[in-house]
Write a protein that binds this ligand. Sequence first.
Ligand code: 4SX
Ligand code: FE2
Length: 339
Amino acid sequence: MADLPPPPDIVRSAFAELVVTDLAEARRWWVDLLGFVVTAQDATALYLRGYDELTHHNLVLRSGPAAALGALAFRVRSADDLARAEAFYGALGCRTERVPAGVTRGIGEQVRAEDPLGFTVSFFASAEHPQRLQQRYDLRRGAEVARLDHFNICVPDVPLAYAHYSSLGFGLSETIEDGQTLYAAWMYRKQTVHDVAFTGGAGPRLHHLGFFAHEPHSVLRMCDILGSTGEYQYIERGPGRHGVSNAFYVYLRDPDGHRMEVYTSDYYTGDPDHPVLRWSVLDPRRRDFWGHAVVPSWYSEASPVLDLDGKVVPTSQIEQVAESTVRVGADGFTIAPGE
Ligand code: 4SX
Ligand code: FE2
């Protein structure tokens, strides 16, 4: 990878496009229950944002025949970075395409690429600014989501994903590893724990979209709301405290099975000498600081991804030791006494 041209200057993970099979049901779940703000809607798509987001959207829900991830979109610093993205992915032998301004509502011209990991990624420099709702406390509902924070993707080869995002200029904040295997890694461009993280598993698949909320209360309230409506089956994991990132979290599944996380309380990573935090795969606190077991579905289930033509990308099986098969202590979940 030594001869690659300079990568685009990525500012942050900005929005994702999900294909949903029933737009009305998706609106009920994402808007009525979770409280996302509707920036725009047409017959086939819904454009949503959190209350702090100052650009057009964090999430596009598009209706289609089967649930899938359409694209992961990153904001870049300037229009020149679009050409850089094109040259960068072109040099990797990846297919790219220019998408004219406005094709995705509220967004300027995009460069889209089928990346070496099999995901469709999008880069854009300009976006419309809708009404600022940060202090419209009167409007807040549901989980009071503030903004998109990160993409978590399933990849069969975590070191390969790490190398690819390193070449794009991402910094490493935390890992889960042992002497032989890198099981998971968290990487950032903005000054938080991550914009993208890798979960070892069949891939390419979308593991989850992570959304930031300001208060632990929002995480708990979302669980109470889903209890009240009898839709507790959508609560998949948590609430709990992550070891990695220190976030207070809950994972929910939408009616199409897309996984999302509402969390609060991660930390600043912007110093140039920011130290990497490496967790042993044998530490039961790594994924839940209280040592609670991770439910099996969280490791095994994820959303398929689409290529530039909208076709499902075939997945490859995991190529490394699966974290979910690593057993810690006698009962498989807790660390052995004295360790
Ligand atoms: O499960 S982990 O504690 O490793 C974790 C998962 C930490 C931060 C996240 O955003 C996440 O999704
Ligand atoms: Fe996450």
